[in-house]
Write a protein that binds this ligand. Structure first.
Ligand SMILES: *[C@@H]1O[C@H](CO)[C@@H](O)[C@H](O)[C@H]1NC(C)=O
Ligand SMILES: *[C@@H]1O[C@H](CO)[C@@H](O)[C@H](O)[C@H]1NC(C)=O
Ligand SMILES: *[C@@H]1O[C@H](CO)[C@@H](O)[C@H](O)[C@H]1NC(C)=O
Ligand SMILES: *[C@@H]1O[C@H](CO)[C@@H](O)[C@H](O)[C@H]1NC(C)=O
Length: 827
């Protein structure tokens, strides 16, 4: 099967793309697939017996009783309220995350998230396993669906579709999009026909130590699929026996449950010991699911950080894989009296890239709420470079004069490797004046890299400045410690610590991209920014704020969706696509101003006016024709294209709110007063109080700030692995909680104008853009007054599928872009 397909690719000049690899571009191998659970649902108007819950005012008790009733009668099933659940002071909503156990074993994708306010269940998502037939709860791996081959089949279909519409021989052009897909195929599907090699391997018929032998085999099987290193793959295939004894498995026992979990050392191509545990995952069986026993592994590699489920039975099949890497009045800590604030020569916040303004001296934005100690101080005890200090120093605060602080560690990574603590970072001296030269000059092309490295001081400074402002901004809209944000020290406000963002400037592992790794709360996020060789002098992604904002938004959306400790909720398909879309939406919103304009993503770095997406974000249907049903078009297979559709829809919805509520030039809420109260300023509406004198959550006054708030609140409300419908419903639910639903019809009209109305539908949804979608332009009955906007154009092009260019917007894009630069993964 695969062989035939590879032959077809060869005919199109697309096979063996790996063979002409050039180190000039960044090609990060990444895997992401898994089943779509037919039983998963998100309910925004839950119906339940309130009498059930009246007993308690403790939201966690309410959740416990609610979930208990919800899951009554599932044989052998129990549940645990996860400890990353939290009450959000900003909204008054308690987000409770619940994990299912069957026969004492965790169901890794059995999730319930319940959103509770004032004792009322506002909404909940539910993907708990419920057997259709209690005698048939478990299915042998060998007789059920195989997500890895389904992924590869869907990739084949997409490539075939694109080949059909691109006459390679006639134009002599190979399209970027197609080449990317061929690359994915070559990389990710190479071993799909031989997934059982270890299970069948004669040398392993009887493992000496059954338990750890199985773990090592399953893991090696995964590494075969995951490693980008062809030499290593050959070695594994040739002599797996060499690797197994070297992989050391150690068991521990989890303090909460009896579930053993383990670590595996010396796993080839990893950079840290692999963590693992035994668990169930669900696989679809008709409209319900069955359980399969798997090893859940957390595999940290140079360019990937995988969470994967590999079947624990033979044939060691990969069931799902998520890459945590993506190519997005609180008690105040004592504020120092007269903090010496740092200054930076940078492109000011709001200047998206060097083409749009000059650098100027900016002050450390000392947001007493988000960064109480500023950007350059952290406790010695939480300082990764201080481990050599004696215990008596541990309670001290370390103040730095470099780009090293509580939220962000920024530095060069020319080597492109995983070390970072001792990498070079500029030192601005005791005055903390980060004022460095940036004068890129045109050079001979072989000197372009060296030329860019000359301004490393300026570029690390910019990355540090932008990343800290993004930290502070997201914080003020609710990405705080309890919600799982990225900080070394949490000021006693809860959440897991020691997870500031490691930000690599001019990362040497690639060109023309950027990526972000988001492990669960308590482990550092990693942002890698690259140079772009799209122009001479090279362009530096660190200087394009939109790219940095996009990357950091991966950390935001992954930590907020499904809870801080669950990084597997936006792994693929529509969920993964929205993970890209939120980043574009936030980048575009942050750079926009009162005078409406269209914006393209990454146009400076990529040196392309129309940017790195198919279309600029625009209200104009001709300029950006994306609608919900666009997801069914060829070229919309991957998360970036899906994300572009989502970002465009959010952009249109946002403009609706701006029309109604106006626009604020400053997205930062006012700083808190000394007693910790946040003043309304011109930012929030006048505060309202409950009958017992408590201040209600503040509501942003303007359309753009309100939209950002609703988008972030929506992320917290939506279920793990959300669909477009779920995320839309969560934003509408967020408005109901925050404003009492005053924007209900505006939001629906915005979504409906791009096909995501109440009658939008999808049939047979599978991951990776499968299924058949239809646009729905209808709004709820209560919104149908006289002036409903007329339905928008149904789809890009002339509405038929007769094979015109206009039916395939990607084609036009491909033809325009291929000539501009060789190849890159979009970020
Ligand atoms: C370091 O900074 C903290 C917080 O800004 C301040 O309280 C402390 O006095 C500073 N320590 C030194 C040695 O400057
Ligand atoms: C970077 O700044 C330091 C001072 O912190 C200076 O000594 C060094 O020469 C600068 N590096 C470059 C490449 O300009
Ligand atoms: C918006 O447009 C007006 C009129 O052209 C101009 O004066 C103003 O500076 C613009 N504002 C911004 C923020 O670009
Ligand atoms: C939308 O864009 C097209 C193409 O640029 C232009 O011809 C048309 O006038 C625009 N429509 C509106 C309403 O601005």
């Amino acid at each position: 099967m695969r062989r035939l397909f590879v032959a077809a690719l060869a005919a199109a000049g697309l096979a063996g793309v790996l063979a002409h690899d050039s180190h000039q571009v960044s090609r990060r191998k990444t895997l992401g697939f898994g089943p779509v659970l037919p039983n998963a649902a998100y309910h925004t108007n839950p119906v339940y017996h309130t009498s059930l819950l009246r007993a308690s005012s403790d939201p966690f008790e309410v959740a416990r009783v609610f979930v208990k009733d919800l899951v009554r009668g599932i044989p052998g099933s129990d549940f645990v309220i996860r400890k990353d659940s939290y009450t959000d002071e900003a909204t008054g909503v308690t987000h409770v995350y619940v994990r299912q156990y069957v026969n004492g074993i965790e169901v890794a994708d059995g999730d319930i998230n319940v959103n509770i306010k004032d004792g009322v269940v506002l909404s909940y998502g539910d993907s708990f396993f419920r057997p259709k037939d209690s005698t048939d709860m478990f299915t042998a791996a060998s007789s059920s669906s195989d997500p890895h081959s389904e992924y590869c089949q869907s990739l084949e279909t997409e490539i075939a579709n694109q080949l059909q519409h691109l006459d390679v021989h006639k134009t002599g052009e190979r399209s970027n999009a197609l080449e990317q897909l061929a690359y994915l195929y070559e990389w990710n599907c190479k071993f799909v026909d031989a997934p059982e090699f270890l299970a069948d391997h004669p040398d392993f018929a009887a493992a000496e130590d059954a338990a750890s032998g199985d773990i090592s085999r399953a893991l090696l099987q995964f590494m075969l699929a995951a490693t980008p290193n062809a030499e290593l793959q050959a070695q594994i295939l040739d002599n797996p026996k060499k690797f197994i004894p070297e992989m050391r498995v150690s068991f521990q026992h989890h303090h909460h449950t009896d579930q053993p979990f383990f670590t595996v050392e010396n796993v080839p191509d990893t950079v840290n010991p692999v963590k693992g545990r035994l668990a169930f995952v669900q696989v679809p069986q008709g409209d319900s699911t069955t359980l399969q026993l798997v090893y859940k592994f957390e595999v940290e590699m140079q360019d990937n950080w995988y969470e994967t489920a590999v079947s624990a039975e033979m044939p060691h099949r990969i069931i799902s894989v998520v890459d945590w890497a993506n190519d997005s009045p609180v008690p105040l800590a004592p504020v120092p009296k007269e903090p010496q604030s740092a200054t930076y020569r940078v492109f000011e916040w709001g200047i998206n890239d060097p083409s749009l303004g000059d650098r100027s001296i900016q002050k450390e934005n000392f947001d007493a709420l988000a960064s109480p100690w500023g950007w350059h101080a952290l406790p010695v005890a939480n300082d990764p470079s201080s481990s050599y200090l004696s215990a008596k120093d541990a309670s001290k605060i370390r103040n730095t004069t470099t780009t090293w602080g509580n939220n962000v560690f920024a530095h060069e990574d020319w080597e492109g490797r995983n070390n970072w603590v001792n990498n070079y970072r500029p030192d601005a001296g005791p005055r903390k004046a980060f004022d460095f030269v940036y004068q890129p000059k045109k050079t001979d092309s072989e000197d372009a890299l060296e030329e860019a490295q000359k301004y490393i001081n300026a570029t690390v400074t910019q990355l540090f400045y932008t990343s800290n402002l993004v930290h502070d901004l997201y914080y003020r809209y609710g990405f705080h410690e309890l919600a799982g944000n990225f900080q070394q020290y949490n000021f006693g406000r809860g959440g897991e610590e020691n997870d500031a963002v490691i930000a690599n400037a001019q990362d040497g592992s690639g060109y023309n991209n950027a990526n972000f790794m988001t492990p669960p709360d308590g482990q550092n996020g990693r942002c890698r920014m690259y140079l772009w060789n799209t122009a001479n002098p090279y362009r530096d992604g660190d200087l394009e704020a939109g790219i940095v904002i996009h990357e950091l938004a991966h950390g935001l959306s992954i930590r907020l969706t499904g809870g801080p400790a669950n990084s597997g909720c936006l792994g693929w398909g529509e969920s993964g696509g929205m993970g890209e879309g939120w980043g574009d939406f936030l980048a575009t919103t942050i750079r926009s101003n009162k005078n409406y304009s269209d914006y393209a993503m990454g146009s400076w770095a990529a040196n392309m006016e129309k940017g790195i997406r198919n279309y600029p974000y625009s209200l104009n249907q001709t300029i950006n024709p994306s609608t919900y049903a666009t997801l069914d078009k060829p070229g919309y297979w991957g998360v970036h294209a899906i994300g572009e559709v989502w970002a465009q829809i959010l952009w249109v919805v946002s403009q609706k709110l701006i029309e109604k509520h106006g626009f604020t030039e400053d997205l930062f809420p006012p700083k808190p007063l000394e007693d910790g109260t946040i003043p309304e300023g011109d930012f929030y509406r006048k505060a309202e109080y409950t009958s017992d004198g408590k201040r209600k959550p503040l509501v942003p006054k303007h359309g753009n700030s309100l939209m950002v708030q609703l988008v972030l609140n929506g992320m917290k409300l939506q279920p793990c692995r959300p669909s477009f419908f779920d995320a839309r419903d969560a934003i509408i639910a967020a408005d109901k909680t925050l404003t009492g639903g005053e924007n209900f019809c505006d939001l629906w009209q915005g979504f409906a104008s791009r096909g995501l109305g109440v009658d939008a539908a999808v049939k047979g949804r599978t991951p990776w853009g499968g299924g058949v979608r239809s646009n729905g332009y209808a709004v709820p009955a209560e919104c149908q007054n006289g002036d409903v906007p007329p339905p928008a154009d149904p789809a890009p092009g002339d509405g038929d599928d007769d094979g015109d260019d206009d039916d395939w917007p990607w084609l036009q894009w491909v033809v325009e872009k291929t000539t501009v630069f060789s190849w890159s993964w979009p970020l």
